[in-house]
Design a protein around this ligand. Sequence first.
Ligand code: TRP
Length: 312
Amino acid sequence: MLDAATAESLRAGLASTPPEISSKYLYDDHGSELFEKITYLPEYYQTRTEIGILGERADDIIAAGRTHELVELGSGAGRKIRFLLEALVRKNANPKLTLFEINELFLTQSADKIRADFPQVEVRGVVGDLTTDMERVGRGDGRMFIIFGGTFGNFPPGKGDGFLKSLVAQMGENDTLLLGADIVKDPAILEAAYNDSQGVTAEFNLNTLNGFNALTGANFDTGNFEHRAFFDTDHEWIEMRLRATAPNTVTVPALDMTLDFKPGDEIRTEYSCKYTRESLGRRVAAAGLGVDDWFADADNRFALALLRLRTD
Ligand code: TRP
């Protein structure tokens, strides 16, 4: 059964224009596997660009943060943290790592692997949801919080601010936040990254409906929808949608709702915000953070931004 808060947020999403189904439901086991595939697609430059930056600049990033503990928020498959851990181990006699992750199985598996490969690092795992459980990391100082990839860009506009504030509430004045940021660029490059030629992204997006069905007992048929992704140049974000290709009616037992779709009707499933150093600075200012350093690749496709509490 659905808890009341989840039911409420699903109803609110469906009532908006266009109706929305949160991308939270993308990452079931099948979805996580599909996303892993996306990260290797030729059009999806983000992951390999970010790994390239880490390979070249890990020591500079660690030195800029003056840190003794890494706190990775949403650790997932754990390919990227290793670069920073190696740099931290080179610099610090008592290196620590905290992994904060919503999926307990992923968390235990990656913590065990890291313990085996980095016996000198003290590894701690915390299970939680970024949007509600930030206080579980506890207060401290000299830590570097890290959110890799496009995850921060996936927070719906406006809603990332609450998350940032709850993180800032845990931060000491020498803590930093390293944030992955996909950079605003030629829309053709951006749109290709979300409309790959093998159709993996389409399958990933359509899988949202399977997740929604599993959660609510609904009977969405993915065969009645097609994937759509486009760059909104005013807001500088990619929007992912599912568009009905045939008239169809969906019943949603857990919400006691019926949804009617005509061909062309759309459901919004995801945002992926793109940034410049300046626009990211504006975005995080309300939470009391400022961009202190910016580690981008030579082609300016992707950046790791180092944020600090603003003192002015
Ligand atoms: N964090 C990823 C991004 O914004 C998520 C993502 C990639 C995604 N491709 C997608 C989400 C397709 C929905 C549909 O780049």
